[in-house]
Write a protein that binds this ligand. Sequence first.
Ligand code: PLP
Ligand code: COI
Length: 355
Amino acid sequence: MEIKITKNQHPAEKPKDESKLGFGLKYTDHMFIMDYTAGEGWHDARIVPFEDLHIHPAAVVLHYAAEVFEGLKAYRTADGEVQMFRPIENIRRMNNSAERLCLPTLDENDAMQALTTFVELEKDWVPHTEGTSLYLRPFMFATEANLGLHTIKEAMFCIIASPSGSYYAEGINPVKIMIETHDVRAVRGGTGYAKCGGNYAASNRAGERAEALGFSQVLWLDGVYQKYIEEVGSMNVMFKIDGKIYTPDLIGTVLPGITRKSIIELLKDEGYEVIEKRISVEEVITALENGTLEEAWGCGTAAVVSPIGELAYDGKEYVINDNKIGSLTQHLYDELTAIQWGKAEDKHNWTVKVK
Ligand code: PLP
Ligand code: COI
């Protein structure tokens, strides 16, 4: 694929204080764009100076939410190199999401080329401080002007990047999570497994209510019985109960997290029994009450591994591991980030170096 590059003649100053980056607030000098037209396929791949997009007020995405996105990171290693973590997994998941939303899919090699060429150009934006990274946000949406509901004929694929620090203000300290008992996020046959903007829009109300009560995010229950644990707003969830690790299985309603998949592999390498199954909220409450729930954590690209210090359900608040980071949670965070930051051997070949 040919990518036309137009360099930004007025590059911005890189953030001086990397401890104040926050998450997703600042953007780099360029963005990748390519267009899709039915019959022609993807065309006009280009990297251009970062600027506002111009889209038609009747563009399908603005009315019918035909949008999917991804989130992955580029890390600066100790020897100054830059590497991405499992980018091919993000590309494949984006194609699964696109297929669900009837958006066009991407050629895997072209998408990889787009990511690597873009990160190569923005390499100096990858922050240096431990715990920071360049968050990459590929996204795709339907652009054609049409208020009727029809097969999507025009779309755009973009990649933007944001130098980022910790996702939570708490850093790697325990977060308070509220189990949501009213709204639901996904049902089987719906879009739960797809990374589409609509899932997050539908989650906002519960998220806002939880935030107003002092919680970081909500833990979703299944959309039918509101009985089984699914995932947190931006993370998959895992519990250590009686020495074994439990995580909800992927039955179409939960996002198949790449961090989840990686952690399961790391846990199995170390001999842990990992059980992927439907976990009822009662099971978790019982384990909390009888003291067998040792640790709980969320995991995701933005949040990495985030200890859950407090879970609220039905008006009751339960403290986990004295509201401290559990030893396994800390170990998983250390192990995963050591691979991502190039400090530990990458036995699984998960990282992809950028020139
Ligand atoms: N679940 C949801 C709803 C998410 O938004 C994310 C973040 O991407 C995850 C789980 C974790 O997925 P990953 O580890 O691929 O980032
Ligand atoms: C990510 O972890 O990459 C995400 O996409 C989370 C996002 C919803 C903030």
